[in-house]
Design a protein around this ligand. Structure first.
Ligand code: FAD
Length: 332
């Protein structure tokens, strides 16, 4: 493989309910920095039906170009049709790096593309950098149970690919004066060539927990002692209009649903304020919340690890401290 033939950084622009997904805009921000460092263009790759207008929305967020596949065959996401478009576009235009959001669609698509192109894929990345001279992507993610950060390199194949967790990169402030080039691509794909059909889309009826969009999170851990104890977290969150988060141990104890889990095997969050209550501060929890604006920890053990990673720490029993906080908020 001649690595020299590959140039430029791409972001797969995922479409959610008629808009470019926030994670894709975040990746354009990260991609812009890498493209500037490397001196190469940043392109978005947009696939769908009736998505032409969305292509324009990528430019204010940093894209120089958008490769566009707009065709009824892409009406619903299907691995086979989307991967065919990505592969064809890659073979034709040869990018050196492609970034995808680590969403269910992004993970599915990236792994299918990587398998077909026989290239490397770093999953669930939380840090990205590029070597300005060689173009080598440095994609880092927690490894060995979250005890270390591993930087994974793909030295011999192109494109280098990574899925990146939502909310770990920052989208640029949109610059509406910024424009770019839309490159229309077409692919000959027949419905009968695709082995899957979408018969019906059944929306989840359960209200979705939007931890990754919350401004304030009150998270509880094993220190709450029981499901009844954990109810204190719900009461506090309700009082201050926060979203409830949890450690894995609280989830595994059955006190709260997995949707609320923060951390390596849960959601990555960046609220303005994060309360960690009765949470010890294990690395697997910290990787999911350490970029929060303000971290306030309440723990009865003065040596708890969480106190090394918080902005304010209160040493004390949650069942005494939290009611006092609620009372104080009541007075405000
Ligand atoms: P504990 O570690 O038991 O801590 C409870 C804390 O509560 C203690 O510090 C204690 O001093 C304090 N406490 C006790 N009583 C009170 C009280 N009355 N008032 C105040 N404080 C009190 N964990 C996650 O959270 N998210 C993940 O995504 C995740 N993924 C993982 C992935 C892997 C591969 C592995 C191996 C582990 C993962 N873990 C994850 C688990 C993680 O290692 C810890 O076990 C977990 O975070 C501990 O949860 P905790 O802090 O609630 O419980």
């Amino acid at each position: 493989m001649n690595l020299e033939e590959y140039c430029g950084i791409w972001v797969y622009l995922e479409v959610h309910e008629g808009r470019i997904a926030p994670v894709s805009l975040e990746l354009l921000g990260a991609g812009r920095q890498m493209a500037d460092k490397r001196g190469v263009p940043l392109a978005g790759l947009l696939i769908g039906e009736g998505v032409r207008d969305l292509a324009q929305t990528a430019f204010p967020y940093g894209a120089d170009q958008v490769y566009l596949y707009d065709d009824p065959i892409f009406c619903d996401y299907r691995t086979e049709s989307y991967m065919r478009a990505v592969i064809e576009c890659v073979n034709k235009n040869k990018p050196e790096i492609i970034l995808y959001g680590a969403t269910s669609t992004g993970k599915d698509l990236a792994s299918a593309v990587a398998t077909d192109l026989e290239t490397g894929l770093t999953a669930d990345t939380t840090m990205l950098d590029v070597n300005a001279e060689t173009g080598l992507l440095e994609a880092s993610r927690p490894a060995f149970g979250g005890n270390i950060m591993a930087t994974i390199l793909c030295k011999k194949h192109r494109p280098q690919m990574a899925t990146v967790r939502p909310k770990v990169m920052k989208a640029l402030e949109p610059d509406t004066a910024r424009t770019g080039e839309i490159i229309e691509e077409t692919i000959t794909l027949l419905e009968e060539d695709i082995r899957t059909k979408v018969l019906k889309i059944v929306r989840e009826t359960k209200e979705k927990v939007r931890l990754d969009e919350a401004d304030v999170i009150v998270a509880g851990g094993k220190g709450l002692g029981s499901k009844e104890g954990f109810a204190l977290i719900h009461r506090f969150a309700e009082k201050i209009g926060a979203t409830v988060g949890a450690s894995r141990d609280a989830v595994e104890a059955g006190w709260i649903d997995h949707d609320h889990q923060v951390g390596q095997t849960g959601v990555t969050v960046t609220p303005k304020i994060y309360f960690a209550i009765g949470i010890s501060g294990a690395i697997q929890h910290l990787v999911g919340m350490r970029n929060s604006g303000l971290i306030i920890a309440i723990n009865k053990d003065p040596n708890a690890l969480i106190f090394q990673s918080c902005h304010y720490g209160i040493v004390g029993d949650a069942f005494e401290i939290v009611p006092l906080l609620m009372e104080a908020f009541q007075k405000k």
